[in-house]
Ligand binder design. Structure first.
Ligand SMILES: Nc1nc2c(ncn2[C@@H]2O[C@H](COP(=O)(O)OP(=O)(O)OP(=O)(O)O)[C@@H](O)[C@H]2O)c(=O)[nH]1
Ligand SMILES: [Mg+2]
Length: 451
């Protein structure tokens, strides 16, 4: 197995006061460290009490430790976990002492990287570890948990198994050229590649939702100055987050507030009002609004129900669909019995008053419905791939499409075979048949130290 031969050490808990802290060491020196520190190798996986003395013989802490014997450990190597009192000074003294005893400071993601290199988990699972730690909503936690349990890996393996079969079949025709490749029959290679393509596209289509889970659902509040955008943010956030005033152009920079709805983490953005004129700062604010809108997942268009509705810039208008937009007719309290003027009629309309809270339940319900739709599209298969996975899936898709084209045109089977192999490689990158060190460095660098 590929593994560095040094023994790495790092605190696994964040810096600060706590009841206990965790320090972890992994590598070949662990059994020796145990003998040096505690005069014994305890039975694996059993919490043991001990007195930690540093190299100079000074008492550092009375603590509990646990030995995980390879390969049955997180990293697949011998691992020592120490649970001292959660004082940063103690944690530092122990870490420094372990460094003095010949360990090396772990870099971000080092432990998980070793787990991956030692075959304890595939790459999609290693990535799920970081997703799990970072998850800010129930849905994100669930998705990361499923990926950590290997559900994405299993899907990819099913795809690569089928692809290998098709490849073997095509290669058989290369070896026995006197037989013709079966053409367009139901279980010929062409049909099976098309099935694979459907599966791959299906998985790739979950990437948008995957980003929403990993980064929060970017939800932008848009509308004319004074429409009540900041008042809406405050209502949804249930606190006075943004300044509200009757002066048009109050919000100039954008404000972000995180909230939870239907198991999702929402990044709600309040923005500068959109209008034709405005001073320099306000225009800069509007520019920012349009930039933010470019990256948003959902749109809350706020209108003053008592006024005629100003037009939206075309670039923005083109992004708004019934699947991502709610039209909010605010200031319903001023409306008497009049009906508000309809706007973007294809989208869901909600009558609302930020002043008295009327319509807030309907609004939250409508927002939840949009989120639920996202979660279910494109089929509730419960897997949401990341941008990295999506790129690999896309490469696989284009290779398979080219292979299909070669077969269709009756080209020599070698050409299709070579494309299918490229497709296999691309799928392999998702679970980790990667021999590119730089790529691994980049991936694990996003981890925290001690993980
Ligand atoms: N009557 C009534 N007034 C409201 C309602 N919502 C907001 N307002 C008032 O409308 C004015 C503008 O509200 P804001 O929330 O600051 O509007 P905005 O869209 O953020 O405005 P800018 O930041 O200037 O673009 C304030 O005086 C609010 O008190 C509402 O539902 N009913
Ligand atoms: Mg505002």
């Amino acid at each position: 197995m590929i593994s560095d031969t040094d023994t790495i050490v790092a605190p696994s808990t964040p810096y600060g006061e706590s009841a206990i802290a965790v320090i972890r060491a992994s590598g070949p020196r662990v059994p020796e460290l145990l003998r040096e520190l505690f005069g014994r190798t305890p039975p694996p996986r059993r919490a043991t009490r001990g007195l930690y003395r540093d190299l100079n013989g000074h008492r550092v802490d009375d603590l509990v430790y646990c030995y995980f014997q390879k390969p049955a450990s997180y990293t697949g190597e011998d691992v020592l976990e120490l649970y001292p009192h959660g004082n940063p000074l103690i944690v530092r003294k122990i870490t420094d002492d372990l460094l003095a005893r010949g360990c090396r400071s772990a870099s971000p993601g080092d432990f998980t990287r070793r787990a991956f290199l030692n075959g304890r988990m595939d790459l999609s699972q290693a990535e799920a570890v970081i997703d799990l730690i970072r998850a800010r909503s129930d849905r994100a936690l669930e998705a990361a948990g499923r990926q950590l349990r290997g559900e994405l890996g299993a899907r990819i393996h099913t795809l690569t198994d089928t692809l290998l079969q098709v490849l073997a079949e095509i290669e058989a025709y290369i070896d026995f050229p006197e037989e013709d490749l079966p053409g367009e029959n139901a279980d010929g290679p062409g049909a099976r590649i098309r099935n694979l393509l459907t599966e791959i596209e299906h998985l790739a289509a979950t990437a948008h939702y995957g980003t929403m889970l990993r980064e929060g659902v970017g939800t932008i509040i848009l509308g004319a100055p004074n429409a009540g955008k900041s008042s809406l943010l405050n209502r949804l956030a249930k606190r006075e987050r943004a300044i509200v005033s009757d002066q048009p152009g109050t919000t100039r920079d954008f404000l972000e507030e995180r909230l939870h709805l239907a198991g999702h983490c929402i990044r709600l953005l309040d923005t500068a009002g959109l209008r034709e004129r405005g001073d320099t700062i306000e225009r800069m604010g509007m520019q920012k609004t349009l930039q933010q809108a470019d990256e948003a997942d959902l749109f809350l268009v706020v209108l003053d129900a008592t006024l005629p509705h100003p037009p939206l810039p075309d670039t923005l208008r083109n992004r708004l669909t019934p699947a991502n937009t709610l039209v909010i007719h605010n200031k319903a309290d001023l409306l008497d019995s009049r009906q508000p003027e309809s706007f973007l009629p294809e989208c869901r309309q909600v009558l609302f008053s930020a002043l008295n809270g009327e319509g807030i339940d309907t609004l939250e319900g409508a927002l939840e419905a949009l989120l639920q739709k996202e979660a279910e599209s494109p089929g509730a298969d419960r897997i949401a791939v990341s941008a990295r996975h999506a790129r690999a899936l896309d490469q696989a898709r284009s290779a398979l499409e080219t292979a299909l084209e070669h077969l269709r045109q009756g080209q020599p089977p070698e050409l299709a075979a070579s494309e299918l192999r490229a497709g296999l490689d691309a799928l392999g990158e998702i679970v980790g048949r990667i021999d590119n060190e730089a790529m691994l460095d980049k991936l694990f660098a996003t981890f925290c130290i001690g993980k």
